[in-house]
Design a protein around this ligand. Structure first.
Ligand code: ADE
Length: 226
C-alpha cells in the first residue's frame, strides 16, 4: 500500500510514522507513506495557498489551483483508489471503513486548514470525505494520522500476531474483553480464576460474555449491529 498525505504543515504529521508499528510496517516494505508539502504548488510569489472567501465572512479558504496541481502531479506517477479529504463534515470513520480502505492499493489523504478547501476541490478531485469524530480539529493532519494508523495496522504482516487485529474492539461490533498479565495477584487485586484455569473453551466463553456485558453497558447501540 502507498499513502500520500498532502498538507501545509508537514512537520505536524511526520512523527507518528517514525515510531513503533507504523515505522516497522514501512521498514518491512508493507506500506510507504509520503508527506507532501502543498506550499511549493502555490502559483504566486508569496507561496500562499489560501485566500479570502468570495462573499465575505471570517476565515481563509484553501485555493483550488495548488491542490489540483499537487494531485495532478501525484496522479502522473501512480493510480489512486481514493482521494480522501479529512473533514469534520465527512463520513464518520468506523472499523468497517478502516477494513475497506486497508484493501486499497494507493490512497491520497488531503488535510484541510482554515475554513476548509474551495468547494470545487470537493466536487472534482475528492472521492470521499472522512471525519474522525464530531468535533473540530485545527487541521486535518491529526485526523489523517489516525486514519492511516487504523488502516496500516490491518495490513497483513504489520502486527506480529495477525489474529490480534481481528480480535480488536469493533471488529465484530463488540468491545474487547478485559485483559490481564502477571502478577496474578497485586495488592489483593486478583485476576479472574477462569483465565488461570488453562481451560480454553471456558476462557473463550468468559471473554465473549465480558465483551457482551461491556458493550451492553458502554455502547448499547453497537449490539443492534452485532
Ligand atoms: N479536520 C478538522 N476536524 C476534523 C475531524 N473531526 N475529522 C477529520 N478531519 C478534520
Amino acid at each position: 500500500m502507498h499513502i500520500d498525505i498532502i498538507t501545509v504543515l508537514p512537520k505536524l504529521i511526520e512523527s507518528p510514522f517514525n515510531d513503533s508499528i507504523l515505522k516497522r510496517a514501512q521498514k518491512k516494505g508493507l506500506v510507504t507513506v509520503n508527506v507532501i508539502d502543498l506550499r511549493p504548488y502555490s502559483t504566486n510569489k508569496h507561496n500562499t495557498i489560501d485566500d479570502y472567501a468570495f462573499g465575505g465572512g471570517a476565515g481563509m479558504v484553501m485555493m483550488v489551483e495548488p491542490i489540483d496541481r499537487c494531485i495532478t502531479d501525484l496522479k502522473s506517477k501512480r493510480e489512486y483508489d481514493e482521494v480522501i479529504y479529512m473533514s469534520p463534515d465527512g463520513t464518520l470513520l468506523t472499523q468497517p471503513i478502516a477494513n475497506e480502505l486497508s484493501m486499497k492499493k494507493n490512497l491520497i489523504l488531503l488535510c484541510g486548514h482554515y475554513k476548509g478547501v474551495d468547494e470545487r476541490v470537493r466536487e472534482h478531485l475528492i472521492t470521499r470525505e472522512i471525519s474522525i469524530g464530531d468535533y473540530v480539529l485545527s487541521g486535518g493532519e491529526l485526523a489523517a494520522a489516525v486514519l492511516a494508523d487504523a488502516v496500516i495496522r490491518l495490513l497483513p504482516g504489520v502486527l506480529s500476531d495477525e489474529t490480534s487485529a481481528l480480535s480488536d474492539s469493533f471488529q465484530d461490533n463488540l468491545i474487547a474483553p478485559p485483559v490481564y498479565t502477571r502478577p496474578s495477584e497485586y495488592r489483593g487485586w486478583k485476576v479472574p480464576d477462569v483465565l488461570l484455569s488453562g481451560h480454553e473453551a471456558k476462557i473463550q466463553e468468559w471473554r465473549h460474555e465480558k465483551s457482551l456485558e461491556r458493550t451492553r453497558e458502554r455502547r448499547p447501540e453497537l449490539l443492534k449491529k452485532h
